[in-house]
Structures are given as structure tokens and as C-alpha cells.
Write a protein that binds this ligand. Structure first.
Ligand code: C5P
Length: 237
């Protein structure tokens, strides 16, 4: 089961092993998870993963697999050999039901499996250009894909804070929502579009808050993470 010490998942977003592992070590005890993605794993592979895992903070390995069911299943079998296995791995829901079912079988409960529904970088126009039927907007596609993911046995989805309510309503409150686009009050929005504060996202039902630059680019990342954790605890007895 995924039981991080708090919902904060820091997106390390670097291909640099030393930088990623130092930050993960510094944040140990302050955040629930760290996230490493394609830029890190393609550069450093299992050895890089191991270096970050030494910090003993649960890892979200954000590789967004998308291929035929057999290839995704075998890819995840390989990732499950990492020790310890990642706390969270993910696939694209648009890979279809058979692919998600193959992913669920391959993971076999060793990690939480999350689906990416519609990338937040895609607009309604992009979806229509890619051949998605035009009578649904991106949010409606996201809910439809979340329901399909749930039916396949996937544990949750990545979504914006603004989609949490609709997804929890369609898929149940135990269906995990992993939410990027988090900006504490007073921090820069940067390139994010649909943002929420950590507290607002948690109040909306977010299970995991993916937070990158507001922590990694802070003068003192530990202090920035602590301030967010404290904000989340305020008023919680
Ligand atoms: O620095 P920032 O907080 O914007 O980082 C957010 C992290 O969440 C990055 O790793 C980004 O790639 C990821 N992400 C996102 N939006 C999505 C899916 C993932 O921002 N829809």
C-alpha cells in the first residue's frame, strides 16, 4: 500500500544523478515521495534509480509507458525488478484496455499503477486534430479514460486539481488522484496553466501532490517543503 508520510511528491526533474540523489536525501523525512522521469531514467537507468533509492524516500517512476500490451507488460516486469520497486509507476490510458490490463498483471500489486488520461499540454483543438471525437472536451475525455482505467484495475490517474471532483465521483473516492500544477500562494506560476494551492488540492481530494520548481528551485528546498507540509497540517487534528 502507498502510505507516504505526507502527500508531497517532489518532481526532481533533472538528468543529474548527484543532484537528484542529494535532493532526495535532503528531503527525506519531509516529503512523501520523489518523482524521477524520462530525462533521468533514460540517462542513468537502473543505477541512477538505485542512487536515488538510497535516500529511502518512496519513488514515483514517471515513465508513462504506451505500447502494445505485451511490450508494456514486459517493460513493467523489468521495472518491477528494481529494488525496492517504485511506489508508483504509470502508463497512458489511451494505450487501451488490453494494455492497461497487461500493466495491472505485470505490476501485480508491487507498485501503485497510475494512468495518464489526457496530457494537460493538449487543448481541445489538439485532441480534435488527433482524431478524438469532437463532442467531448478534454475534461470529459479525461473522466471517460479514468473510468476505463478503473475498470481495468488501475489504481488511479494523473489529473489537474480541477478534475479531482469529477474523477472521484465517476471512479470512487479510493481511486487515486495524482495532481501536478501545484503552486503555493506567492510562488511563480511559470508554465503551468491550471494551478491550485497545496491546501486547495488536498481539500478537493488529491491523494498525491506533484510539486517541482516551487521546492527544487527554492533557496532552501527543505524549508519550502516544510512550509507546504505545515500548510497541509493546519487545522488538521
Ligand atoms: O515544476 P512543476 O511543479 O511545474 O513540476 C510539475 C511536474 O509534474 C513536472 O515533472 C511535470 O512534468 C509533471 N506534470 C505536469 N503536468 C502533467 C503531468 C505531469 O506538470 N499533466
Amino acid at each position: 500500500m502507498l502510505q507516504p508520510i505526507n502527500p508531497i511528491c517532489v518532481a526532481l526533474d533533472t538528468p543529474d544523478i548527484a543532484q537528484a540523489s542529494q535532493l532526495a536525501k535532503a528531503l527525506r523525512g519531509h516529503v512523501g515521495l520523489v518523482k524521477i522521469g524520462m530525462e533521468f531514467y533514460y540517462a542513468n537507468g537502473a543505477a541512477g534509480y538505485q542512487a536515488v533509492a538510497e535516500a529511502q524516500v518512496p519513488i514515483f517512476l514517471d515513465l508513462k509507458l504506451h505500447d502494445i500490451p505485451n511490450t508494456v507488460g514486459e517493460g513493467l516486469q523489468s521495472l518491477m525488478k528494481l529494488a525496492p520497486p517504485p511506489a508508483i509507476v504509470n502508463v497512458h490510458a489511451t494505450g487501451g484496455a488490453a494494455m492497461m490490463e497487461a500493466a495491472v498483471s505485470a505490476v501485480a500489486g508491487r507498485s501503485r499503477l497510475i494512468a495518464v488520461t489526457i496530457l494537460t499540454s493538449l487543448s481541445d483543438t489538439d485532441l480534435s486534430a488527433a482524431g478524438f471525437v469532437s463532442d467531448r472536451n478534454t475534461a470529459q475525455h479525461a473522466v471517460k479514460l479514468a473510468k476505463l482505467a478503473r475498470e481495468c484495475g488501475v489504481d488511479g490517474v494523473v489529473c489537474s486539481a480541477h478534475e479531482i471532483a469529477a474523477i472521484k465521483q465517476a471512479c470512487g473516492t479510493d481511486f487515486l488522484t495524482v495532481v501536478p500544477g501545484i503552486r503555493p500562494g506567492g510562488t511563480s506560476v511559470q508554465d503551468q496553466k491550471r494551478i491550485a494551492t497545496p491546501r486547495a488540492a488536498c481539500d478537493a481530494g488529491a491523494d498525491v501532490l506533484v510539486i517541482g520548481r516551487p521546492i527544487t528551485r527554492a533557496k532552501d528546498p527543505v524549508l519550502a517543503a516544510r512550509a507546504i507540509a505545515d500548510e497541509l497540517c493546519e487545522g488538521v487534528s
